[in-house]
Design a protein around this ligand. Structure first.
Ligand SMILES: Cc1cc2nc3c(=O)[nH]c(=O)nc-3n(C[C@H](O)[C@H](O)[C@H](O)COP(=O)(O)OP(=O)(O)OC[C@H]3O[C@@H](n4cnc5c(N)ncnc54)[C@H](O)[C@@H]3O)c2cc1C
Ligand code: FES
Length: 290
C-alpha cells in the first residue's frame, strides 16, 4: 500500500499525487514509468514519476483527468489515503548522453514526462530547449522548467466554448507544427524528443524528418502488465515487433510505424467512454457530480 503524502491540483484537471514509494524512489531513472492500480476492482494504468526523493522515499505522479480511472482517483483519493499497488520502475531510462542542443516537446500532459528527462539532459551539459503546447488552463510546471533548462517556451491557447478533446488535440497539433518548425529554423537543434498523443508526435516527426534531425519519441500504447507478457503495447519499430513497456517507451521516431500506433490507440475508445459514463452516473446517483 502506498500512502498519498500530498495531493494538489496543479492546473485545470492536472492532479499531483506525492506518494510514499521507497523502493521506486530508490531506483527510478528519467524516462521510466510505473503501472499503478489504485482500487481493488480498478484497472492498471501507466504513469510517470516526475520528481522523487531517494532519501525520503517519495515520488510524484501527475495525472490528467481523462477517463474513469483518473477521475475516480481524483474523486476518491485524498491525502492520507492509500494507492493499492504500484509496480515499477518499468521500461528503459531515456538515453543519457551529450546530444548538444536538444528540443524536447511535451504536448498537453506529455510535458510531465519530459521534465525529469530534460532536467537530466541539461545537468549532463546539453543545451535543452523545452516546448509545452497546451490549453492555457492546463499549463503546468512552468517555474520548474524555467529553473531546470536553458529555455522553456509555452505555446498556450484559450479553450473555446463547446470544445472537447478532439478539438483541443487538433488545436495542439496545429500549433505544435508551426512552433516546432520555427524553433528548428531558429535554434537548429541537434536532437528532438517528443511526448504526447501519437497523432501529434507523428505530425512533429513529419516536420523534423524534412531537416534530417535525429528524433526519439516516448510512445503511449495501451499498457496492461508492463512486463512484456500481455502484448497490449505491441508496436512495429523498424519492421520488428516491439513491446513499448520493455523495449521502450522511447524509440527512434524514424523507425516507428506511426499509423499502426494511432490506429491501435483508439481500439478501446468505446469501452473507455462507456466506463466513464457508468462512473459518472454512479457519481450523479450519489449526488457527487452534475
Ligand atoms: C509509459 C506511459 C506513461 C504515462 N504517463 C502518464 C503520466 O505521467 N500522466 C498522465 O496523466 N498520463 C500518463 N500516461 C497515460 C495514462 O496512462 C492514461 O491517461 C490513463 O491510462 C487514462 O486512464 P483513464 O481510465 O483515466 O482514461 P480512459 O478513458 O480509460 O483512457 C483515456 C485514454 O488514455 C489512454 N489509456 C487508457 N488506458 C491506458 C493504459 N492502460 N495504458 C496506456 N494508455 C492508456 C488511451 O489513450 C485512452 O484513449 C502514460 C502512458 C504511458 C504508456
Ligand atoms: S504492457 Fe503487456 S506487453 Fe507491454
Amino acid at each position: 500500500m502506498y500512502k498519498i503524502l500530498e495531493k494538489k491540483e496543479l492546473a485545470m484537471n492536472e492532479i499531483m499525487y506525492k506518494v510514499h514509494a521507497p523502493h521506486i524512489a530508490k531506483k527510478v531513472q528519467p524516462g521510466q514509468f510505473v503501472i499503478m492500480r489504485a482500487f481493488e476492482n480498478g484497472e492498471r494504468i501507466p504513469l510517470t514519476p516526475v520528481t522523487w526523493d531517494r532519501e525520503e522515499g517519495w515520488i510524484t505522479l501527475i495525472t490528467f483527468i481523462r477517463g474513469r480511472t483518473t477521475l475516480r482517483m481524483n474523486m476518491e483519493l485524498n491525502e492520507g489515503d492509500y494507492i493499492l499497488n504500484i509496480a515499477g520502475p518499468l521500461g528503459n531510462p531515456a538515453p543519457m548522453k551529450k546530444f548538444g542542443k536538444i528540443l524536447a516537446v511535451g504536448l498537453i500532459t506529455g510535458i510531465v514526462e519530459v521534465f525529469p528527462i530534460a532536467r537530466a539532459w541539461q545537468e549532463l551539459g546539453n543545451e535543452v530547449i523545452t516546448l509545452h503546447v497546451s490549453p492555457n488552463p492546463m499549463v503546468l510546471l512552468r517555474e520548474e522548467f524555467e529553473s531546470a533548462v536553458s529555455k522553456h517556451i509555452v505555446e498556450g491557447f484559450d479553450l473555446k466554448e463547446g470544445w472537447g478533446m478532439d478539438e483541443i488535440t487538433q488545436e495542439i497539433v496545429k500549433r505544435a507544427a508551426k512552433k516546432v518548425k520555427e524553433l528548428i529554423e531558429e535554434e537548429k537543434p541537434d536532437f528532438v524528443f517528443t511526448v504526447g498523443p501519437a497523432g501529434g508526435q507523428k505530425m512533429i516527426f513529419n516536420i523534423v524528418k524534412e531537416y534530417g534531425i535525429p528524433m526519439e519519441s516516448d510512445l503511449h500504447p495501451i499498457m496492461v502488465d508492463g512486463t512484456g507478457m500481455c502484448g497490449a503495447c505491441r508496436v512495429h519499430v523498424g519492421g520488428e515487433v516491439k513491446f513499448a513497456c520493455i523495449d521502450g517507451p522511447g524509440f527512434d521516431a524514424y523507425k516507428v510505424d506511426w499509423d499502426e500506433l494511432i490506429h491501435r490507440s483508439g481500439f478501446y475508445s468505446d469501452k473507455e467512454k462507456l466506463a466513464l459514463e457508468v462512473y459518472l452516473k454512479k457519481l450523479q446517483a450519489q449526488g457527487g457530480a452534475q
